[in-house]
Design a protein around this ligand. Structure first.
Ligand SMILES: O=c1ccn([C@H]2C[C@H](O)[C@@H](CO)O2)c(=O)[nH]1
Ligand SMILES: [Zn+2]
Length: 148
């Protein structure tokens, strides 16, 4: 049987999580003091990290997930296997609405989001679980809808 799309091996998940956890150290978060690190693994097995970068004008700040995806896109990556997001809270944090929308642009509904707490435990959800289809979620802009 061919491997499932978006399936990460145990070794890949180990690297993905440790890079997301260490990326927390790069966060610039003097306002919230809430450190978030993220790491994406591409289909080819490259790892790209991000962390939240805040701003005195709060909405201008960007989350770790969007920093990681923007970095990956600018580096020329197109196909992504999974993302890990690491925080210091239990049971981890799920991506905000802007990040769900942002990530949908570059991922499929089965794309997994691994959410790590401060102790290395995770929960995992797919894009379609955190971002339901447009019929159920009218304010969610889906690339498939705009593809026609
Ligand atoms: O999934 C999340 C949730 C929050 N944040 C950031 C945004 C802000 O800088 C801080 C507090 O919300 O954490 C992320 O980067 N990713
Ligand atoms: Zn976000």
């Amino acid at each position: 049987m061919p491997p499932l799309p978006n399936a990460v091996t145990a070794a890949e998940l180990q690297t993905l999580s440790s890079r997301a956890i260490s990326a927390k150290e790069a966060a610039y978060c003097p306002y919230s003091k809430f450190r978030v690190g993220a790491c994406i693994i591409t289909d080819a097995g490259e790892y790209i990290v991000g962390a939240n970068v805040e701003n005195a004008a709060y909405p201008v700040g960007t989350c770790a997930e969007r920093v990681a995806f923007a970095t990956a896109i600018v580096a020329g990556h197109k196909d992504f296997k999974a993302i890990a997001v690491a925080t210091d809270i239990k049971p981890g944090a799920s991506p905000c609405g802007m990040c769900r929308q942002y990530m949908r642009e570059f991922t499929t509904p089965s794309f997994p989001i691994y959410m790590y707490d401060g102790e290395g435990n995770y929960t995992v959800k797919t894009m379609s679980e955190v971002n339901p289809p447009p019929s159920e979620s009218p304010r969610f802009y889906d690339t498939d809808v705009f593809a026609n």
